[in-house]
Design a protein around this ligand. Sequence first.
Ligand code: NAD
Length: 433
Amino acid sequence: MYIAVVGTGYVGLVTGVSLAEVGHRVVCIDIDAAKVKKMSKGISPIYEPSLDELMKKNLTANRLSFTTDHQEAFKESEVIYIAVGTPENEDGSANLGFVERVAIDIAKHVRKDAIVVTKSTVPVGTNDTIKQVIRTNLVRDVKVEIVSNPEFLREGSAIHDSFHGDRIVIGAESERAADIIEEINRPFGIPVYKTDIRSAEMIKYASNAFLATKISFINEISNICERVGANVEDVAIGMGLDHRIGNQFLNAGIGYGGSCFPKDTKALIQIAGNVDYDFELLKGVVNVNKHQQQLLLNKLKERVGSIEGKRIAVLGLAFKPNTDDMREAASIRVTEELVNNGAFVVAYDPVAMEKARQVLVPQVAFANSASEAIKNSDAVLILTEWDEIKELDPELFETMAYPLVIDGRNCFDLELMRKYRLEYHSVGRPAVR
Ligand code: NAD
């Protein structure tokens, strides 16, 4: 099968590399020429464990190539994946401009009968629009079918998820198209669930909304735990033992971020609103998340009063561990508010520093290590639970002017922290003083 993947972000690049790894001939297309040049040399533009190795391996095996030329890429393609971004519009709805642009390019350049597979997360009904755009702009007499194949990979373990995901959802208008996409994915050995296109589109939003709900739910429980003297970690373990609840996604913290949950929850509220349905529960989930991000700053202000002139170390900048993705990372708002309140902010992240420099307020200083950031600070805020941060020796905190640690990700064991001369506040657990 000749496969083209349009868009080489977290989803497109991982999809292209994984399909090549199982033996398909894959050409990846992106409009970003600098990125394409880098990828052609086997250098990944994103940090994702195992991605570089697999890229290099499949480039060398001639199963994988990169280009900026849609016309050239679509010449032989029988299957074309759309994996471009669907960012948030100002009103919370999904911006479909990139997807529609690709649909027009496909219509102009496709030369063979082809199946267009939408991997991008798109509102229910969008694949009908894609089909219409392609069919009305088609230049040649070829047959194009549309399949919805939403992506469920998690940044930070994207390659692992491509090979060991829980399910592959295929929404198609014809059995033939569904069967071909199933066949392409057969080498992954992941259970396939086939349905109609609109249900497939909805599965993606409903799944992300449900996961976001779990996070906001446990965060609310954690806020109550703090007030009644319970420990949210024990509560989550006790809840998770019930198989109907499950033990995943019950980690209390400062809320969800990243490129998916924030925009997908808001988009689903819009999708519901467009059909006159008020998705009250999901609105609550979004609101809780907004407050939760403020939590750390409130705790800091409660403890130190004014933060003006204080040196604050911020550990962990990426929206979650094992990625350098800074989209909707809590660190963006937290550091901005610290700076606005007159603090001197010293930040550190094991991997995301380069991307962080581009998005954090310019007053933020960057340290070369966690210990450099911590030393002589008046307080440490922990925003991302990187292993490197979880494994820090708590003795390091004793090098601070006053050892105050406010941990938004519950990185440290309470018993351990009690052994040191420090003050430790986490989420939904008793404070250590
Ligand atoms: P991204 O923003 O990282 O990458 C998009 C890429 O598409 C960019 O490299 C951009 O240059 C390229 N592009 C834009 N227009 C193009 C065009 N006309 N032709 C070729 N390339 C073009 O996006 P992402 O994070 O990979 O997400 C892609 C989609 O997948 C989104 O809809 C997202 O919601 C969804 N999704 C993302 C994740 C995730 O973890 N990032 C997980 C599941 C689903």
